[in-house]
Design a protein. Structure first.
Ligand code: G6P
Ligand code: ZN
Length: 540
């Protein structure tokens, strides 16, 4: 074991989802080592403990895993379980931590950000409930990185290409199959027999793994266990640079999937996941299900899947996610919660048994089976619902809107804008918040406007400045916030939501229906001119 005198970095503050930087930043001497050592310093129970380790297979994954193994050995970890070839999806890490009672786990991923030598890399620490570390821990880790002077590292190398047990110094290392336990878990939650019958007789499916981590999981679950033909899988081989694309399932980066689903002879059902397998999108023939609607539909229909047969306890959504799930929860008489963006905020509610399902507009949906969002879980939930109800995706949505009303919804991203300009836009809106209520703009009267503060009902913690909300009497709304996951400049997100009650028009053109709300947002913020853009970089 070597004790290395290190050079500190001052930029190791984890964002919405761990420490995410370009590969070039991570390749600086001691950069990863410092961050990992800081975690060991802040989580003493890892000494003598069990750790889960894996990532989405992106460039630098293999190098980083060897480094983490060597630091773990030097810090007295008793055992590390690492996915074969260093592969583990984010929800699979969460499941492994829970299933094997591990003290924690590392997820190596920059999620949907591009990979490769010029792409991004990331590391996130998950705690013993399987979920991302709370802000109190990530803050402590950041503070530690600013004062630490040494890290400990052992010598050695682990062959990750062969299943089995070995040792690195005194630490046991187990290289395991990353797919089986996760696929088994899915089989306990959903009615695979009914889904299999439906998929092999009535429903055509395509799934786009985007050359990212879900390829092997999809192969096992869809092809081997559910009988789908393997040509239904697109881009199912994980590649370190994701084939040069962004593994982000949105209309821009999953264009081939969208083209198929909106083209002639579209299959009945299309879906995709992201780099590390925690996100999902669902499409029907000629229809895209907004993630906010997906959460609402799942809330209303989860009881059709075996594990949720007795009903769900409650539902939570992140603040910018549309309020569609609130309406379902109210009708069902269950609790609903609004949390800040970031999966970690669902952890307490899940652990306390207050909610069963939760989701975010950013294509994340999951339940209490793990403590991460789970792309394949959401897709299987949809398949289970479709297989029982025997309706098309469009018919499910149409029926849902007729029952609960529709929240037309869209997110406009202004990516990589100058950080000071983005701050100016936020400050401009923030400065008007107190005077807005009661004002009528473009025939919409503002009922409330605020900067979102979350009071965690379980531990009483308070999280401020989580985005600006402008609410209208019509039930419509817009939200503006700065992304916490970007690595270049700032990304401003504008979330538009227009409510149409259950007897209204649910089939209007989406952008037309949102136009007045978008125009008010522009009036109030002068967004486009301030950041010097004609329009958003991505609309989803
Ligand atoms: C990650 C987090 C999510 C979050 C998303 C977008 O995927 O796990 O919880 O919703 O990033 O975050 P951002 O701060 O970029 O809007
Ligand atoms: Zn992800």
């Amino acid at each position: 074991m070597t004790d290395v005198q290190t050079t500190r970095y001052d930029d190791q503050k984890p964002g919405t989802s761990g420490l995410r930087k370009t590969v070039s930043v991570f390749k600086q001497p001691h950069y990863l080592e410092n961050f990992v050592q800081a975690i060991f310093d802040c989580v003493p129970e890892l000494k003598g403990g069990l750790l889960i380790l894996g990532g989405d297979g992106r460039y630098h994954n293999d190098v980083a895993i060897q480094t983490i193994l060597r630091i773990a050995a030097a810090n007295g970890v008793a055992k590390v379980m690492v996915g074969k070839d260093g592969i583990l999806s984010t929800p699979a890490v969460s499941n492994m931590i829970r299933q094997y009672g591990a003290n924690g786990g590392f997820v190596l991923s920059a999620s949907h950000n591009p990979g490769g030598p010029d792409g991004d890399f990331g590391i996130k620490y998950n705690v013993s409930n399987g979920g991302p570390a709370a802000t109190s821990l990530t803050d402590a880790v950041f503070e530690r990185t600013k004062v630490m002077e040494h890290y400990q590292i052992a010598d050695g190398h682990v062959d990750l290409s062969t299943l089995g047990h070995s040792n690195l110094g005194a630490m046991a290392v187990s290289v395991f199959d990353p797919v089986t336990d996760y696929a088994d878990l899915m089989e306990t939650l959903f009615d695979f027999e009914t889904i299999r019958r439906f998929l092999t007789s009535d429903l055509s499916l395509i799934f786009d793994a985007m050359h990212a981590v879900t390829g092997p999981y999809a192969q096992e679950i869809f092809v081997r266990r559910l009988g789908v033909n393997s040509d239904a899988l697109m881009n199912a081989t994980p590649l370190p640079d994701f084939g040069g694309g962004h593994p982000d399932p949105n209309p821009v980066y999953a264009k081939a999937l969208f083209d198929r689903m909106f083209g002639d002879d579209a299959p009945d059902f299309g879906a995709a996941s992201d780099g590390d397998g925690d996100r999902n999108i669902v499409l029907g023939r000629g229809v895209y299900v907004s993630p906010s609607d997906s959460l609402a539909v799942i809330t209303a229909n989860a009881h059709l899947a075996p594990a949720y047969r007795d009903g769900i306890k409650g539902v939570a959504r992140s603040m910018p996610t549309s309020r569609a799930s609130d309406v379902v929860a109210a009708a069902m008489g269950i609790e609903s919660f609004e949390t800040p963006t970031g999966w970690k905020y669902f952890g307490n509610l899940l652990d306390a048994g207050r909610i069963t399902v939760c989701g975010e507009e950013s294509a994340g949906t999951s339940s209490d089976h793990v403590r991460e969002k789970d792309g394949l879980w959401a897709i299987l939930m949809w398949l289970n619902i479709l297989a029982v109800r025997r309706l098309s995706v469009q018919d499910i949505l149409t029926d849902h809107w007729a029952t609960y009303g529709r929240h037309y919804y869209s997110r406009h991203d202004y990516e990589s804008v100058a950080a000071d300009k983005a701050e100016d836009v936020m400050a401009r809106l923030q400065g008007q918040l107190t005077t807005l209520p009661g004002t009528t703009l473009r025939k919409e009267t503002i009922s409330a406007a605020d900067s979102f503060t979350y009071h965690d009902p379980i531990d009483g913690s308070v999280t401020e400045n989580q985005g600006l909300r402008v609410m209208f009497e019509s039930g419509s709304r817009f939200v503006m916030r700065l992304s916490g996951t970007g690595t270049a400049g700032a990304t401003l997100r504008l979330y538009l939501e227009a409510y149409e009650p259950k007897d209204g028009d649910h089939h209007a053109d989406l952008s037309k229906r949102l136009e007045p709300i978008a125009a008010i947002a522009e009036d109030l913020t002068n967004l486009r001119q301030t950041v010097g853009r004609d329009g958003p970089s991505v609309v989803s």
